[in-house]
Design a protein around this ligand. Structure first.
Ligand code: CA
Length: 345
């Protein structure tokens, strides 16, 4: 079923197309980096440079994804930024986790919607002050993303695991960056909705800022996503989950402490028992896709972002690389546990 385009949708699509045209002009005809280029870096013995844009501090899966990111030796994390609102609170979580991990070499950027209201990980965060972070804190996280992409010798993989107002602002300020990076996101719902449902969903990261993802899809970079079809069915339980609980690595201990604080703050029905299982670990799949797609079935589909937060197959839309199926989900769970419990960072 096609939906008529609303005025707002038309205007945002027109703005996106104009931004894409400006980007193409700024970059000439030079093609942007592809998944092949970035995986080629790893084959050549180099690390893949990554910028990580996250709404950590909302759902807990971002904290799992951050821990996985820090424990993926294929990746060279150049910058982490908070996104989508209340961004100072989120940046404080990033900074405190990086301190725990001994990775204060990684700069933290505050997203374009600052704010420091309490959230579900505040009990773990306490009064942690960004001023005590020994590394660099960028007040202008958007500017830091632009500078990091422009300065990198090898193409950046931009991993985005929340709604993306920062990235819309990056593309508005610096359309040229779309030819210097590839985008990997946890976004959308192609043929499956939440919990493996056969009805598609207006997935949260899209619904919370459709104009952000419309701008990302309008830009001339390669776009890859894990929609709910694959990321929405990942969780750990049983022996795999118990390995996480037993691990005494400081990053994993901080992860579990955050998870317990999050469960307690959430309260009510439907909260998982943190002694038994994880919640759904959507965002870990996007981190995996920064360095491998071996366990995933990929399809290139024309996808359009609607104003009400759906990602719909539309022949007139741009091609998006979508992880629509798992080749081997248990192997991914094993890999996630192996990485997290590894003592090598
Ligand atoms: Ca997220």
């Amino acid at each position: 079923m096609r939906y008529p385009m609303s005025r707002r949708s038309f205007l945002s699509a027109a703005a996106g197309a104009a931004a894409a045209a400006r980007a193409a002009q700024a970059a000439g005809d030079r093609p942007g980096p592809t998944v092949r280029d970035t995986f080629g870096l790893a084959r050549a013995g180099k690390k893949i440079p990554v910028v990580f844009d996250t709404d950590v501090g909302g759902d807990i899966d971002d904290t799992w994804a951050l821990a996985m990111l820090l424990k993926s030796p294929e990746l060279d994390v150049k910058l982490v930024t908070s996104d989508s609102g209340n961004d100072t609170y989120r940046a404080r979580i990033l900074a405190k986790m990086l301190e725990v991990a001994g990775r204060t070499d990684i700069p933290v950027g505050i997203g374009c919607r600052p704010g420091d209201k309490k959230g579900r990980q505040s009990a773990w965060l306490g009064d942690y002050d960004l001023a005590r972070y020994p590394g660099t804190v960028h007040r202008d996280g958007v500017g830091a993303i632009i500078d990091t992409i422009r300065a990198s010798r090898d193409p950046i993989t931009l991993v985005a695991i929340g709604p993306v107002p920062n990235l819309a602002e990056v593309l508005r300020r610096a359309p040229d960056v779309a030819r210097r990076a590839r985008f990997v996101g946890m976004h959308g719902s192609v043929r499956r909705g939440y919990g493996g449902s056969e009805e598609i969903s207006a997935e949260y990261n899209v619904r919370a800022c459709p104009e952000g993802l419309q701008a990302v899809f309008a830009a001339p970079w390669e776009v890859s996503v894990t929609p709910l079809d694959t990321c929405g069915i990942v969780h750990l339980e049983g022996a795999k989950y118990q390995k996480i609980l037993r691990c005494n690595d400081p990053v994993v201990e901080a992860l579990v402490a955050n998870y317990r604080a999050w469960c307690a703050a959430r309260g009510g029905k439907g909260v998982p028992d943190p002694d038994q299982r994880s919640s759904t670990l959507f965002d870990t799949v996007a981190v995996y896709m920064a360095f491998s797609e071996n366990l995933l079935g990929m399809e290139t589909l024309p996808l359009r972002v609607t104003d009400d937060g759906f990602t719909k197959i539309d022949p007139a839309a741009r091609p998006v690389r979508c992880a629509t199926q798992w080749k081997d989900l248990p192997a991914f769970e094993d890999e996630l546990v192996r990485r997290l419990t590894s003592t090598k960072g």
